[in-house]
Design a protein around this ligand. Structure first.
Ligand code: Q0N
Length: 372
């Protein structure tokens, strides 16, 4: 199918949805099914085009000579918004200055074991941005957030993967909530029986669901980009305000509880997550950063979940398994990913989006005005 036909289908699907919302009679089922198929095709066309781009980059690298193979050539360019001042650049995201606002751009870069691979996962940044947007819209009853728009002030070239957000005075603590015992929490529990000073019951198994979710703040370590778990009292010292810290804990637990329940109903375990907050000009607490994405949280498939062992990552397991199998020692540089690993991983991100939001990924492409 042609791109334009797929785009047409997507537009008609969005229009049909709007009519339904407005109380119109649903169109005959056959037509809806056709529209859905066509919208799906648009997402397939995007994947196919991305594969072509990758192959082209590989071919160029091969022609350029030995040692140059791989597809790293296409990486850096993905999220450069040349006209805007760059505020910060992380492993997989960039922040640009919009004056009173910030443009947060999610790239297609993927990391395993804290190292970014030279091969992007097409649409990963768009999926993560769509997920963040979804959660921002659905959690305002719990806490105001920094989202301004996915379209206004968002340059065409990064539509779908970027959000314009309010500039805040950030609280220098990462608000981590854990509903399951894993990662650094599992390490700390095994060593001390507690996580961030919170004593836990004896005999917990790896990945076990906790009796109730716990708030386990962290700070960015002085050196490197690793997070350091701190107890509540230390977090109070860092932010210099006990009441603020108590409010952050209350909000974080409320947000996580809401999201966990939503995700569990849709086949995904949200094992833990990290929030960041800031204050606006009036001193109000505002939820910031990206929220409840697979990059800021651990997503596990509910299917096959079993305490007593580590769980496969919903999104990254295919990359991890492949990378381990290569004998890579987890030191930079990370190896370029083969096409089937890229394609299957892209499928996992799309699946996560559709499971969590309950809508086809194409709906986000249309709503955000993502270019073809
Ligand atoms: C911002 N980071 C991530 C806090 C900073 N809306 C915003 N306004 C101003 N700054 C930021 C945002 C957002 N989102 C967020 N850096 C700047 C880094 N964190 C690490 C933990 O401490």
């Amino acid at each position: 199918m042609e791109d334009s036909a797929a785009h047409d289908a997507a537009t008609r699907l969005a229009e049909a949805a709007a009519r339904l919302k407005a109380g119109a009679q649903p169109p005959p089922e056959v037509e809806l099914e056709t529209l859905e198929r066509m919208a799906h095709a648009r997402v397939e066309v995007r994947g196919a085009r991305a594969r072509l781009t990758e192959l082209e980059a590989d071919l160029r690298a091969l022609l350029a000579g030995p040692g140059a193979a791989g597809s790293s050539a296409s990486i850096a360019a993905v999220t450069t918004v040349a006209e805007l001042p760059l505020l910060a650049s992380g492993k997989v995201r960039e922040m640009y200055d919009l004056g009173d606002e910030i443009l947060m751009v999610a790239s297609d870069r993927v990391s395993t074991y804290d190292v970014v691979h030279p091969t992007p996962i097409p649409d990963k940044g768009t999926v993560l941005t769509g997920l963040s947007h979804f959660w921002f819209e659905r959690t305002v009853h719990i806490c105001p957030n920094h989202l301004v728009s996915a379209t206004e002030a968002v340059p065409e070239e990064v539509r779908g993967r970027a959000l314009a957000v309010r500039k805040l005075d950030m609280v220098p603590v990462e608000c981590v909530v854990r509903g399951y015992i894993t990662g650094s929490g599992w390490k700390d529990y095994q060593a001390t029986g507690a996580v961030c000073g919170i004593p836990l019951p004896d005999g917990l198994k790896e990945s076990e669901r906790l009796p109730s979710p716990i708030f386990t703040p962290a700070t960015k370590a002085e050196l490197g980009d690793h997070d350091e778990n701190v107890d509540f009292e230390r977090a109070v010292e860092i932010v210099g305000d006990r009441e603020l810290m108590e409010e952050l804990r209350r909000l974080s637990l409320a947000l996580y509880g809401f999201a966990l329940e939503h995700a569990l109903e849709r086949g995904i375990i949200l094992a833990d997550t990290k929030f960041e907050f800031g204050r606006d000009q009036d001193g109000r607490l505002v939820l910031a950063d990206e929220v409840l994405t697979p990059d800021s949280s651990r997503f596990w498939p509910s299917e096959g979940y079993e305490a007593g062992r580590s769980q496969p990552s919903f999104d990254k397991q295919i990359v991890r398994d492949w990378a381990s199998g290569t004998g890579w020692d987890r030191r930079p540089p990370a190896p370029p990913l083969p096409e089937d690993v890229v394609e299957r991983t892209r499928g996992r991100y799309l699946e996560a989006y559709e499971l969590i939001t309950g809508e086809p990924f194409d709906a986000w492409l249309s709503r955000s005005g993502t270019p073809e």
